[in-house]
Design a protein. Structure first.
Lengths: 261, 345
């Protein structure tokens, strides 16, 4: 065997440290509560309710991102124009803004002192302390992930395919449905999953907008604050399992996509 | 028939300027020019995929300038085939039928005819990824023709193919053009393709039409330096004309007839110049002594540069001739060319 250079051992040491750093706390978290603790917690109505709410709000945020983000992602993938970089930077902003600030910012325009807040209030929509508020902040933090993935998917579809389709008599919408969508759906689905995964884990923004009704991260925080580590762990494990299943689907999809490419 | 009137298109880094062009019904017309000349932009403008800033495009007399692509009745075949990768060959070919209200029987009839013409009947259930370059291009042709377009636009359909397939698709194009009532407008950067396929054509360069006419006319009498260069007249010299001769840096060349008044250049094809070790009989006109300065292989032929006086002539010599005459760099030789080979513009 060839003698390995020192740099190889250095890389190996760094890599081992990072993998251990990621895996050890998660393994400790998942293995520390007993099966009976987990069973107890899943029978707890608050736990089930919070996880259900988390899945529901994150899913809603993903659907909203899909509905509004798809046309924008397609537009960005197909057009070059002045200010495109700026627009892309604006879309990325939610990734860099601190999470509690997102909550405060959303409340800023949804409050009674803002004309938008007044309109929303007149329409009978409540943001503070409501499911609507949670979905609003989760969409805010999740949408950049959807737009990125969908845009990459659209960019991978050669514009010439669409041009040929048009020349064969298909309208723009027929072309999108018959050519672009079948070729880009996997990227769109990956975007939806990434958006949901980001949304389901959100705590900082949610806790500002709605402490109640409680999403799973808020419940974990409350149990930790009120009763300590032991009582927050089983809830955390259930949330991790939900996230892991999303992650698993995502990996399956991306691996298959890489294989097909 | 396609008629383009004073078409102008401004893109970010490219302009198409004052294009006037007429392609007759059922003609095989070749749009030629070097890479980046604007051929594809013009093609996509005719197809309605790029909108015109000013000017008009007519197809069979109908003004289609503001019509969307799907309403123009224009078929499109690209160099990279652009087959829909998620559909099999049959689905690719029949894709357009649903948008043209073609009855099932009629659709099947057209499918049968085209698959026979193009010999692709055995490929129908395959996905594009499992086809060879030539097969892909035949499928792309069938897909475009099944909806009976008024005009078929071909964007360098032979460029991406291996030489063997190129011949095959060239023959297919020729026979399709003869057997279908469709106007063919093909784009190419290869003048050889134009000679083999089309009757008429135009040369475009830097976004403007340089010359329009019969292919042999463009080949024989290029009207500008860039066209001469494009059609392979590699010897292009500024000249002064006097008494039926051209003076290029002191070298007098006999021509066939007097040039027109505004002509300033002479051009000679490299294949029209003969290289010999001995001087030809004195009756032979346009014989010059020179020295071989370089020999470059071009596959089956060699480009031999011969410096005669202050002028370097580019000539083409076959491998056999090169070996027989023992031509090598530094050798003193004689070059000669007939007066009709000296073109002026």
């Amino acid at each position: 065997m060839r003698k390995k250079e020192p740099f190889f051992w250095f890389t190996l040491a760094c890599g081992t440290f990072i993998v251990a750093y990621i895996l050890l706390p998660l393994i400790e978290l998942i293995t520390s509560p007993s099966i009976s603790d987990l069973w107890e917690s899943i029978k707890d109505k608050d736990v089930v309710g919070s996880i259900r709410l988390s899945v529901y709000t994150a899913g809603s945020a993903a659907i909203i991102s899909f509905s509004f983000g798809t046309p924008l992602a397609y537009f960005l993938a197909r057009h070059e124009f002045k200010g495109k970089r700026f627009l892309e930077a604006v879309i990325d902003l939610p990734i860099v803004i601190p999470h509690p600030v997102v909550g405060i910012a959303i409340l800023g325009i949804a409050g009674k002192n803002h004309w938008i807040g007044q309109i929303i209030s007149e329409l009978g929509i409540r943001v503070l302390g409501s499911v609507t508020g949670i979905i609003a902040v989760l969409t805010f933090v999740g949408i950049p992930f959807y737009i990125h993935s969908a845009k990459n998917g659209f960019e991978a579809v050669a514009p010439r395919l669409e041009k040929v389709s048009r020349s064969l008599g298909a309208s723009m919408s027929s072309t999108f449905l018959r050519i672009t969508f079948p070729l880009a759906w996997r990227s769109m689905l990956i975007g939806i999953i990434m958006c949901s995964a980001r949304a389901i884990s959100e705590f900082g923004a949610v806790v500002v907008v709605a402490y109640h009704p409680m999403t799973a991260p808020v419940l974990i925080y409350e149990r930790f604050e009120g009763y300590g580590l032991k009582y927050s762990q089983p809830v955390a494990v259930w949330l991790v399992l939900v996230c892991l299943s999303l992650f698993f689907i995502l990996r399956m999809l991306t691996l298959r996509k890489a294989k097909e490419a | 028939m396609i008629r383009i009137e004073n078409l102008n298109i401004h893109l970010l880094k490219f302009h198409l300027k004052n294009i006037d062009l007429t392609v007759e019904t059922n003609e095989f017309f070749m749009l030629m020019g070097p890479t980046g000349a604007g051929k594809t932009v013009l093609l996509e403008a005719i197809a309605g995929l790029i909108s015109a800033d000013t000017g008009k495009i007519f197809i069979h007399g109908e003004d289609v300038t503001r019509l969307p692509s799907e309403k123009r009745g224009v078929g499109l075949v690209y160099q990279d085939h652009a087959l829909f990768p998620h559909l099999n060959v049959l689905e690719n070919i029949t894709y357009g039928l649903r948008f043209h209200r073609v009855s099932k029987e009629e659709g099947e009839k057209r499918l049968r005819r085209l698959t026979e013409l193009l010999d692709i009947g055995h490929l129908l259930s395959r996905l594009p990824i499992n086809l060879s370059g030539g097969e892909k291009q035949r499928v792309a042709l069938a897909r475009a023709l099944i909806v009976r377009p008024r005009v078929l636009l071909l964007d360098e359909p032979l460029s991406a193919l291996d030489p063997g397939f190129r011949e095959e698709i060239r023959n297919a194009l020729k026979s399709l053009h003869q057997k279908t009532d469709t106007t063919f407008l093909m784009v190419t950067h290869d003048f050889g393709e134009a000679l083999a396929l089309a009757d008429r054509g135009a040369v475009i360069d830097h976004g403007a039409i340089e010359q329009v006419g019969a292919i042999h006319e463009i080949f024989q009498r290029p009207c500008s330096g860039s066209v001469a260069d494009f059609v392979g007249m590699k010897n292009l010299f500024e000249a002064r004309f006097q008494d039926g001769t051209a003076d290029v840096c002191g070298i007098r060349m006999r021509m066939n007839g007097a040039p027109e008044k505004h002509h300033r250049y002479v051009a000679i094809r490299p294949e029209d110049i003969t290289v010999a070790r001995n001087s030809l009989p004195s009756t032979h006109e346009n014989t010059l002594p020179g020295v071989v300065t370089s020999i470059t292989s071009q596959g089956f032929t060699y480009e031999v540069h011969v410096k005669a006086g202050a002028v370097t002539f580019k000539t083409l010599v076959t491998k056999k001739s090169l070996v027989n005459k023992e031509i090598r760099e530094g050798l003193e030789v004689f070059i000669s060319f007939d007066p009709p080979s000296v073109h002026t513009f």
